[in-house]
Design a protein around this ligand. Structure first.
Ligand code: NAD
Length: 331
């Protein structure tokens, strides 16, 4: 069986996913949801999408009467994910949602609950969870090859351009760099160490308060503590290009990825040598694997379900609280 997917939000990442899906063995792009008729027309032509599988933001609840669509992949600005995923669930379709899945853990939990109630699956677009070099480090850590894990460093950033884009609008983005790119270090700290943090501390710095308005973080430095005693030290920023590095160290050795979460190829090495796993387009692998999860009940090595998305949002909530109060926040 093939997972028949409609993409909601035909922007830059939606286009990347659509292109990558053309090479997928198990997922097929069959529909679109968009507010822009000219984009719908262009996608219909480019991807051979029938008129009956095209919807807009007013009428997409009708997708419930369409037996030719199994899942909707929500790739819109962050603040819209919550309501859109809940509408997809109510229409009886599986939801795949881009990161961050919502703006707060409370919102994320509502999405998880809505999908459970509707008996549909909810997956979050964590493409790194299927990336071979990442998975090799996770395997080494699980097999004890690094010894007892004591430290993770995650550096996630890029220099953001156009000041009018939604990513710099608190209403649509829900925050700043943390929501968009810092989340990779949070998520990475969790899958690299294999633990959930029990506390966070965080400090914000802002060099450009005109571009980065109230509620839109430019740079946040944050720390996390884990039950084993391991600690993580991370940086999230919208002001430094080519900042994309993970470093994990245990009592016996290290693993590092740089770049660690870009579109690839990911590069990495450990105390045992270079990582040589092949590069495949992340979004193609992700869609194949997600089709396996939804249609065949496959279990991914690193979870990509809604609960996984909520775990990251709980940490983001705590980081913002720590920035505000200057205090250590217990999770
Ligand atoms: P984008 O601006 O290129 O596209 C967003 C799309 O949403 C546009 O087509 C826009 O027309 C549409 N849209 C619908 N309603 C809108 C509204 N009310 N206001 C503004 N736009 C509206 O953004 P993008 O880079 O494609 O990001 C979309 C989502 O994908 C974000 O949640 C982002 O975090 C996520 N993303 C994930 C990755 C990844 O690697 N997993 C990479 C890039 C983006």
């Amino acid at each position: 069986p093939v997972l028949r997917v409609a993409i909601m939000g035909l922007g830059s990442y939606g286009t990347r996913v659509a292109d990558a899906m053309q090479a997928s063995q198990k997922a097929k792009l069959v529909g679109v949801i968009s507010g822009t008729p000219s984009k719908v027309q262009a996608w219909q032509t480019k991807y051979n999408i029938p008129e009956k599988n095209c919807y807009n933001y007013e009428n997409f609840d009708n997708i419930k009467n369409n037996p030719d669509i199994d899942a909707v992949y929500v790739i819109t600005p962050n603040a819209l994910h919550h309501d859109q995923v809940i509408r997809v669930a109510k229409a009886g379709k599986h939801a795949i949602c881009e990161k961050p899945m919502a703006l707060t853990a409370r919102e994320g939990q509502e999405m998880v609950d809505a999908c459970k109630k509707a008996n549909v699956q909810l997956l979050v677009g964590y493409r790194m969870h299927f990336e071979p070099k990442t998975l090799e480090i996770v395997r080494m850590r699980k097999d004890g090859e690094l010894g007892k894990i004591l430290f993770f460093q995650g550096l996630s950033g890029f220099r953001i351009g156009d000041p009018t884009q939604w990513r710099l609008n608190k209403q649509l983005a829900g925050g700043g760099a943390m929501m968009d790119i810092g989340i990779y270090s949070i998520n990475g700290a969790r899958y690299m160490t294999g633990e959930e943090p029990i506390w966070v501390t965080a400090e914000e710095t802002k060099t450009d308060p005109v571009k980065f308005k109230e509620g839109v973080d430019e740079t946040i430095q944050f720390q996390m503590g884990f039950p084993s005693g391991a600690v993580a030290s991370c940086l999230s920023t919208y002001s430094m290009n080519n900042l994309d590095r993970f470093f994990l160290n245990g009592t016996n050795g290290y693993a590092e990825l740089q770049p660690s979460t870009g579109y690839g190829p990911i590069k990495g090495r450990t105390h045992k040598g270079e990582l040589t796993q092949p590069h495949n387009t992340h979004q193609t692998v992700q869609m194949d694997e997600m089709a396996g999860i939804i249609l065949e009940g496959k279990r991914p090595i690193i979870p990509v379900d809604g609960e996984e998305g909520v775990r990251d949002l709980k940490i983001i909530d705590a980081i913002y609280a720590a920035v505000k109060t200057g205090k250590k926040v217990t999770l």
